[in-house]
Design a protein around this ligand. Structure first.
Ligand SMILES: Nc1ncnc2c1ncn2[C@@H]1O[C@H](COP(=O)(O)OP(=O)(O)O)[C@@H](O)[C@H]1O
Ligand SMILES: C=C(OP(=O)(O)O)C(=O)O
Ligand SMILES: [Ca+2]
Ligand SMILES: [Mn+2]
Length: 550
């Protein structure tokens, strides 16, 4: 039976209407879908109004973006992530460093806690959207939350349904209950703090408690896809993607803060997506409908596409602005270094819609080396590509995870270890097969330190990384002359247009003594070897041999 919704009418039209499309969900997951003040796929302007009215710390920036506060948590909380151990997942999941088991019962306690919290709010927001541009692999994702900010964030990040698709939406494939303002009960078995992000694949639900960092939702969707896509025979990728005028696709793998979003926003190329993709038998599709850019030190000069995407409808998180002018100070790190903006992909001028590209021609692995000893660019053999993909050497960047305050060297398998659900070699095997089949060229780009380690050297200029990417795309690097970088055995080009030659080789770029340089190279090589030892029993001889030799 359709309930009647009543509300105080504004002089315009009533904004609260009963939505027959939700009737099918009534009684399914504990959420009261029949209530008054349930706002489903609400207009952006209405979400602005609600966020401004009800959520402290919300403002409008001079550019028209919604400035929001995510509260205490301003980055992901990987240590509080859980996956429910049940019969469908127990044999498949890579339990261990990333995926911690949660019992079905403990999940239900968290779930009930979220449901009770959400049902007792004055207003409840539901956003029904899609993950995956390819209809064959598309998932229907429902987000139920108590904050207009969170609903707008996922409106931007998921693929937005048409009015028709919304009417016939039916039951979601996966539901995210975001009760982030409410803590988890620390006495619930398996909880180690009052923050909890848990996924139940059997019930197809994700529950968030004790963190309002919106990135948990988009990376939660990615985690779900990282499980379901390989099971469907296609490869999920923690990468951005763009396409040249000839239709040539490039992928940019990289952990948070290494440059996926920045380097994929390229005026000469069409943007497919900035963070999460899937490589199928027909090409590459984006999982998302939006981008989530880091805004620390953002400037219109250096990153015009991203700067221009910050306008009405965009969600700016944890930034500081001038009280009088409402102009955002992107250099201000006082709330966090992980300041962010979420915007619909079409806010980037040359976005490719639908966000689907051809098989990749170039694959870039972005590493942010805080030691300053990996070359700004090297060309990888297929064995080296596998070695570096499995190793995933890079840095965790300040603010991206709870507790990270400066670049922290890490081996993040597949350049996205926090989001892996299966063992890294499963993704790596699929990648090797696809690279072989489509003959893609693979490059390692260090967007991190040059001339010295973090503290003494400096981060390589963005203009140099862009020049390197251009040289890959215009074919210059494929024809370049190379020298072999000792110990790592990497092939470094002798010259790249727009990049000083001494910068290209870490040995000539180094500002310290040759002794400190050699010691740093050896130290890093040893770390690589130590890390790879855990995969050695599953890797082929040529891949093992592609690592550094001390
Ligand atoms: N050489 C460089 N290459 C890429 N990004 C750089 C470079 N130097 C500084 N940056 C900055 O580092 C950040 C990269 O973040 P982002 O592109 O959002 O990473 P990701 O999308 O991989 O999380 C941006 O703030 C960018 O301005
Ligand atoms: C949202 C995130 O993604 P990325 O930094 O890779 O864009 C994150 O790591 O929290
Ligand atoms: Ca920046
Ligand atoms: Mn990004």
């Amino acid at each position: 039976m359709a309930p009647i919704r009543s509300t105080t009418r504004s002089p315009a039209v009533s904004i609260y209407k009963h939505d027959a499309a939700l009737d099918a969900s009534v009684g399914k997951d504990g959420i009261d879908y029949t209530r008054v003040n349930l706002l489903r796929n609400t207009a952006v302007a209405k979400l602005y109004e609600d966020a401004l009215r009800y959520e402290p710390g919300t403002s409008i920036s001079s550019a028209g973006a919604l400035v929001t506060s995510s509260g205490k948590k301003t980055g992901r909380s990987p240590r509080d992530k859980r996956i429910v151990d049940e019969e469908t997942t127990t044999e498949d999941i890579w339990w261990g460093p990333v995926n911690t088991k949660l019992s079905e019962h403990a999940f239900l306690i968290n779930h009930e806690r979220a449901v009770d919290y959400l049902n007792t709010r004055e207003r409840l927001y539901v956003f029904d959207g899609f993950a995956g541009w390819d209809p064959k692999y598309r998932l229907k994702i429902r987000v139920v939350c108590a904050r207009a900010y969170h609903s707008l964030f996922m409106h931007n990040m998921l693929i937005r349904p048409t009015e028709e698709e919304l009417k016939t939406y039916g039951e979601p494939d996966f539901t995210i209950l975001n009760a982030g303002a409410f803590p988890a009960n620390r006495y619930t078995t398996g909880m180690t703090s009052s923050t909890s992000v848990s996924i139940n694949f059997k019930l197809r639900q994700m529950v968030i408690l004790g963190t309002e960092y919106a990135g948990e939702m988009k990376k939660g969707v990615f985690t779900i896809m990282h499980y379901l896509m390989p099971k469907a025979g296609v490869l999920s990728l923690h990468s951005s993607a763009n396409q040249g005028l000839q239709g040539d696709t490039s992928l940019f793998f990289g952990l948070s803060g290494t440059g996926k979003t920045t380097l994929s926003a390229d005026p000469a190329r069409a943007l497919i997506g900035d963070d999460e993709h899937v490589w199928t038998d027909t090409g590459v599709f984006n999982i998302e409908g939006g981008c989530y850019a880091k805004t620390i030190d953002l400037s219109a000069e250096k990153e015009p596409e991203i700067f221009g995407a910050i306008r009405f409808g965009s969600v700016l998180e944890n930034v500081v602005f001038d009280e009088d002018t409402r102009i955002v100070d992107y250099s201000d790190k006082s709330l966090t270094e992980n300041t962010r903006c979420a915007y619909p992909i079409e806010y980037i001028p040359n976005a490719l819609i639908p966000c689907i590209g051809k098989h990749p021609k170039n694959i870039v692995m972005l590493t942010c080396d805080a030691q300053g000893v990996l070359p700004p660019v090297s060309k990888l053999t297929s064995a080296q590509a596998m070695y570096h993909f499995i190793s995933g050497y890079t840095s965790k960047m300040a603010g991206t995870e709870d507790g990270v305050v400066e670049p922290e060297a890490t081996f993040s398998a597949c350049f996205g270890q926090p989001f892996l659900v299966l063992h890294p070699t499963q993704y790596a095997t699929m990648l090797a097969q696809k690279i072989g089949e489509h003959k893609a060229d693979v490059w390692l780009i260090n967007t991190g330190w040059n001339g010295g380690a973090y503290g003494t050297g400096k981060r390589i200029a963005l203009k140099y990384s862009r020049a390197i990417v251009d040289a890959i795309h215009n074919g210059e690097l494929k024809k370049a002359e190379y020298v072999t970088y000792p110990i790592f055995g990497l092939e470094i080009p002798k010259a790249v247009t727009g990049v000083p030659a001494e910068v290209l080789n870490p040995a000539t770029a180094w500002q310290g003594t040759p002794q400190t340089f050699n010691a740093t190279v050896s130290k890093l090589a040893a770390l690589f070897n130590k890390n790879f030892a855990k995969y050695a029993d599953q890797a082929t001889e040529d891949v093992i041999a592609a690592g550094p030799k001390l």
